[in-house]
Design a binder for this molecule. Structure first.
Ligand SMILES: Cc1ncc(COP(=O)(O)O)c(C=O)c1O
Length: 392
């Protein structure tokens, strides 16, 4: 059994979550429950493979061996029942770099890109900074569950919309999109010749009772109109190793993508990243199963704790990933007051809901990828602060 209860001191490892608290939040002592990595060690086979590589002692320019691609192909087939071809795989250092490059390559200045808010905040930042227009297709929230709004989507499409960035599963609301939802979405996009970039970085971390479905696996037509971005970074907690890949069945789209990677001179892999990715995909599965069980325990604990002790805050139950979207609107605070309250009164550093879009106002995103004892402390502090606020 792997020990996810172990509290590991990450301070002074140049880790953003702990070491950048002061820079990001202006405090140094809040419990960091923000940026999306976990406070767990990576799977032992990954650490062992990296150790072996370090022992060799030479870290020159590196290429990707066939075994790296085979590990990805096997993983996607085994876990997600999607048979992909080696030539479809276009590696990139990260998913955001791939997204930025794709938007740059497949749209012109002034073109529109659709995102489904509230959504991972760098999407809109990248689109805007490239001089493209962000079109929001807000998710619907009903009875504590988010769904896609197809009427709104259709009403916002015109000939200048070129790309839809899908977050599947969705960060921050945690939805694992269903076959019906993905099919409707895909059909609309194909009808209007919109390229779907399906960011599936969270696809391996899915809770009991749910099943991730790669958008492109639904049909050949969907595969030909999409780029699927995956990575071992969230799954095995190796985000710092900057290794991801994009699955692009359509040859024309793939050639343009690969050409852009070459033009940017970001095609060479990180020598450690490819070792970690391959060993994780080959030997990390048992660790992942235990991790998902542990996260499920954390999630059950969080849901129960809020229901019993902090009923003013509602948990949007995630179907995937270690990020939990908290509906804090009943506290009656403005977005800025809510930040200030969580940070300074509760002593917990979370991502502010409004950074994910205006529809995130009144929400906070909490990262539960940590030992349960840390989570317990965090919830206890929030409870104390909310009790004090509600009495005042
Ligand atoms: C949905 C989503 N996409 C992309 C990323 C970042 O990916 P990368 O570090 O590979 O650029 C994250 C990180 O939190 C994420 O949640």
């Amino acid at each position: 059994m792997y020990d996810f209860d172990q509290v590991i001191n990450r301070a002074s490892t140049a880790c953003q979550k702990w070491d950048d608290l002061q820079k990001r939040f202006g405090v140094h002592d809040a419990i960091p429950m923000w940026i999306a990595d976990m406070d767990f060690k990576s799977p032992p086979p990954v650490i062992e493979a990296l150790n072996q590589r370090v022992k060799h002692g030479i870290f020159g320019y590196t290429s990707r061996p066939d075994s790296f691609y085979e590990a990805i192909i096997d993983w996607v087939n085994r876990r997600h029942h999607w048979q992909i071809d080696k030539k479809w795989i276009a590696p990139s250092p990260g998913i955001l770099s791939a997204l930025s490059l794709s938007i740059n390559s497949f749209t012109q200045q002034g073109d529109k890109v659709i995102i489904q808010t509230p959504v991972y905040h760098p999407f809109s930042q990248i689109i805007k900074s490239l001089g493209r227009e962000v079109v929001t297709n807000p998710l619907n929230l009903k009875n504590g569950r988010y769904t896609l709004d197809f009427d709104d989507l259709e009403s916002k499409i015109d000939s200048t919309v070129k790309i839809l960035v899908l977050c599947n599963p969705h960060n921050p609301v945690g939805r694992v999109w269903s076959l019906e939802e993905l099919t409707m979405l895909g059909e609309i996009c194909i009808k209007h010749n919109i390229l779907v970039i399906s960011d599936e970085i969270h696809c391996d971390l899915v809770y009991r009772g749910y099943k991730h479905l790669p958008f492109a696996s639904i049909s050949e037509e969907f595969a030909n109109h999409s780029i699927t971005c995956i990575a071992p970074s969230k799954t095995f907690n190796i985000a710092g190793l900057q290794t991801s890949c994009n699955i692009i069945p359509n040859e024309e789209i793939r050639d343009i993508f690969n050409q852009s990677i070459n033009n940017q001179c970001i095609g060479s892999p990180n020598a450690f990243g490819i070792i970690a990715a391959e060993s994780a995909y080959r030997y990390g599965e048992e660790w992942l199963e235990q991790l998902i069980n542990y996260l499920q325990g954390n999630l059950d604990f969080v849901i129960h704790y809020f229901q019993e002790n902090i009923p003013h805050i509602k948990v949007i139950r995630p179907e995937s990933t270690f990020l939990v979207w908290l509906d804090c609107r009943e506290l009656g605070l403005t977005p800025k007051e809510l930040d200030e309250f969580m940070l300074n009164k509760a002593g917990v550093a979370m991502n502010e809901g409004y950074i994910f879009g205006v529809d995130g106002e009144g929400f906070m995103r909490m990262n539960i990828g940590c030992p349960r004892s840390v989570l317990e402390k965090c919830l206890c502090q929030i409870e104390g602060a909310v009790n004090f606020l509600c009495k005042a």
